[in-house]
Design a protein around this ligand. Structure first.
Ligand code: ADP
Length: 139
């Protein structure tokens, strides 16, 4: 199986609730290598661009407001089968549906404020990584 990369954000709710350390520990304990990492904040325009695929959805305004309201931790992670394995580690979008032990089951509060993002394809992982990091910030 090929080593590849995924992109994640620890979302504003999980940062506000003090879960950065616990979530990074779960990520590294699951075998992901951190190849880029920073605390940053998205502007409203950044969030609108990042989530443009959801612009017609009824929750788009709420999502943009949430994702830009405070700092996030952005990271690029490397592992065999990274995209799929990371989606398994974080669990379903709605924490009520997420499997026991997943990051969203442990730390998410609602379907909107669900603690973490994980890319849904190799292509989007690359696009999302470049959205947040320059070449000098990726190792
Ligand atoms: P995922 O992040 O699991 O890939 P989606 O791509 O469907 O999920 O949605 C992107 C993000 O939009 C979710 O992580 C969540 O923060 C938000 N979201 C999704 N569905 C809803 C909803 N029904 N109500 C509010 N926010 C939502």
């Amino acid at each position: 199986m090929a080593t590849n990369r995924t992109f994640t954000m620890i979302k504003p709710d999980a940062v506000e609730n003090g879960h950065i350390g616990a979530i990074l520990e779960k990520i590294t304990a699951a075998g992901f290598r951190i190849v880029a990492l920073k605390l940053t904040q998205m502007t409203v325009a950044d969030a609108q661009e990042f989530y443009a695929v959801h612009s017609e959805r009824p929750f788009f305004g709420e999502l943009v407001e949430f994702m830009s309201r405070g700092p996030i931790v952005a990271a690029i992670l490397e592992k065999e089968n990274a995209v799929e394995d990371f989606r398994t580690l974080i669990g379903a979008t709605n924490p009520a549906d997420a499997a026991e032990g997943t990051i969203r089951k442990l730390y998410a509060t609602s379907v909107g404020e669900n603690a973490v993002h994980g890319s849904d394809s190799d292509e989007n992982a690359a696009i999302e990584g470049v959205f947040h990091f320059s070449g000098r910030e990726m190792f």
